[in-house]
Write a protein of this length. Structure first.
Length: 219
């Protein structure tokens, strides 16, 4: 597992919870998009739940949906569980390596297909090969009409948008040349190739984007 130096590290606050400032900053605009995009009920998976701040808020905002937090790092499960404590519609967090081939088939076998999958601020922290695997597996894990909600920073037409993005991408690639910002067009093409249909890209604060991809009813 990569150990990266990130500008927004999570700090402990209380009762086992950790706080990432960026998670607090981007939560409101993400919730606004989800209010329009999510189905009325179903089973949802968050990949890379991190501190647990987002999925705790998702569970409160959308109580009719059953939420499954997950993370590739077992050390994050305690904070996730602490944030979600007392919410009956949020299952205990589990370890999931979403970059590992085959997890979607196993998930459907053990838990059933998912009505939505959520991923925030991860693609730039993994390699292109890992991202390609993750996107293909997500498409397989979705139920017909299920939606994938993907938020984060991206290149656009091969270019980085702002000075902050250029500096952050350079710092990531200095730590690991295999990682860094992905082209949004490349991500869209991977999702289409996996059989998903895309809605128009949604501009988010701080030059981030939200991509919404849906599995067709006949898929």
């Amino acid at each position: 597992m990569r150990k990266l130096q990130l500008p927004d590290s999570a700090a402990p606050i209380a009762e086992g919870r950790r706080n990432a400032p960026s998670a607090a900053r981007n939560l409101a605009p993400i919730l606004a998009v989800l209010a329009e995009a999510l189905p009325d009920s179903g089973a949802s998976l968050e990949i890379a739940s991190g501190t647990g701040q987002h999925i705790a808020a998702f569970g409160q905002q959308f109580p009719q949906i059953h939420w499954q937090p997950s993370d590739g790092n077992p050390a994050n499960l305690g904070s996730i569980a602490a944030w979600c404590e007392g919410q009956a519609n949020i299952l205990p967090p589990q370890v999931l390596d979403a970059c590992k081939p085959g997890w979607a088939q196993a998930w459907r076998r053990d838990h059933g297909a998912l009505t939505s999958i959520h991923l925030t601020n991860l693609l730039h922290l993994i390699s292109t090969h890992e991202a390609e695997t993750l996107l293909a597996e997500v498409a397989q894990a979705l139920a017909p009409e299920g939606v994938f909600c993907l938020y984060g920073p991206f290149k656009r037409g091969g270019a980085l948008v702002g000075e902050g993005d250029r500096a952050f991408d350079a710092s990531l690639r200095a730590q690991d040349p295999a990682i860094g910002y992905k082209d949004v067009e490349w991500v869209q093409e991977r999702l289409r190739s996996a059989g998903l249909s895309l809605r128009p890209v949604i501009e988010m604060p701080a030059d981030n984007l939200m991509l919404l991809a849906r599995r067709p009813l006949s898929g």
